[in-house]
Design a protein around this ligand. Structure first.
Ligand SMILES: [Zn+2]
Length: 277
C-alpha cells in the first residue's frame, strides 16, 4: 500500500500536471463504489467546469483543491493510481473513473483491486478529515519532544502504534519496519517504556527514512507508480522490509519476520533487541 513517500511523489507529479487546469466533466465512472461521497450524480454536477488550484497531501490522502473551496480527496489504498494522460490513450479495463481536463487530457483513476476511494469534500469535510489524523512527520513541528509527548505512558507496542494514523500520519508497514531498524528498536517494545534518548533515535529514524524515500520517489514493490506512470527507486535501499532470511546490512545477522497485529514485521534480532526497562 502506498505510504507517505509514494503519496507525496504522486502529489508532486500531479500538482505539476494539474495546477491551473480545468475539469470539463466526467467521462466515465465504471465502478461507482470508488466514489465514496457524495452520490455519483451530485459528484459529476459539482466537478463540471471547476478549476484546479493545486494538489496537496495529508497523511496518505491526495487532496486536489478546486476553485470553489471543495476538494477531490483520493486514497489510493492497495493498487490505486492517478494518471494524467492524453484523451487518445486507450482506457484499460481497470480504469474506474475518467475526468476530462482542458487541453485534450484525462485524469484517470486506475485501480485493479478496487479498494481505492474518492471523496468530494467541502471545507467542513476537509477539516474533519484533518482532525482525525496525527501530525505530519516531515513537518518542522514534528520534533523529538513532540514524539516524546505522543508516546508517553502508552502501553501499546511500537509497531502497531507507528501504523496508527491518529498518532502519526503517513507511516505504513514498510517505513515503520525500516524506521525501527534504523533506530535499533524492537517492534514489540512497549512505547511508553522508551527513554528520551531512544525516542530521539526513533524520531530521527522516522524522519530520515521518510525523507530518503521521498527523495528516491517512493518504493515500488508491485503496483505503485507516480502520476506519470514512473516507478520509484527506494525498493533498492530497503534494510529489512521483505528481506527475511537475508543478512542485516549493519551486522549480517539474518533478518527475521514475525506477524504483529496481523502485519508482517521485519527486524534484525541482533540490532533490535527487546529490552525491559
Ligand atoms: Zn543487525
Amino acid at each position: 500500500m502506498p505510504e507517505l513517500p509514494e503519496v507525496e511523489t504522486v502529489r508532486r507529479t500531479l500538482d505539476e500536471a494539474l495546477r491551473g487546469r480545468e475539469i470539463l466533466g466526467v467521462a466515465a465512472i465504471t465502478w461507482p463504489r470508488t466514489i465514496a461521497a457524495p452520490a455519483v450524480d451530485m459528484f459529476c454536477g459539482v466537478l463540471c467546469n471547476r478549476q484546479i488550484w493545486g494538489v496537496r497531501r495529508r497523511a496518505k490522502y491526495i487532496i486536489i483543491d478546486l476553485d470553489n473551496e471543495d476538494a477531490l480527496v483520493v486514497h489510493l489504498r492497495m493498487t490505486g493510481r492517478l494518471l494524467v494522460v492524453s484523451e487518445d490513450e486507450p482506457v484499460d479495463p481497470y480504469t474506474r473513473v475518467v475526468l476530462i481536463l482542458n487541453g485534450s487530457e484525462h485524469l484517470r483513476f486506475r485501480d485493479v483491486r478496487k479498494f481505492g476511494r474518492i471523496w468530494l469534500l467541502d471545507r467542513a469535510g476537509l477539516e474533519q478529515l484533518d482532525r482525525q489524523l496525527g501530525p505530519e512527520p516531515l513537518d518542522p513541528g514534528f520534533t523529538a519532544e513532540a514524539l516524546v509527548n505522543l508516546l508517553r505512558g502508552r502501553q501499546a507496542r511500537l509497531k502497531p502504534l507507528l501504523l496508527d494514523q491518529r498518532l502519526i500520519a503517513g507511516l505504513g508497514n514498510i517505513y515503520a519496519d525500516e524506521a525501527l531498524w534504523r533506530a535499533g528498536l524492537h517492534p514489540l517494545q512497549t512505547a511508553g517504556e522508551l527513554n528520551d534518548e531512544e525516542v530521539a533515535r526513533l524520531h530521527a529514524a522516522i524522519t530520515a527514512v521518510l525523507a530518503d524515500a521521498v527523495a528516491r520517489r517512493g518504493t515500488t514493490l508491485s503496483d505503485y507508480r507516480d502520476a506519470l506512470g514512473e516507478m520509484g527507486e527506494n525498493q533498492n535501499y530497503l534494510a529489512v522490509y521483505g528481506r527475511q532470511g537475508q543478512p542485516c546490512p549493519r551486522c549480517g545477522t539474518p533478518v527475521e519476520r514475525v506477524v504483529v497485529a496481523q502485519r508482517g514485521t521485519h527486524f534484525c534480532p541482533h540490532c533490535q533487541p527487546l529490552s525491559s526497562s
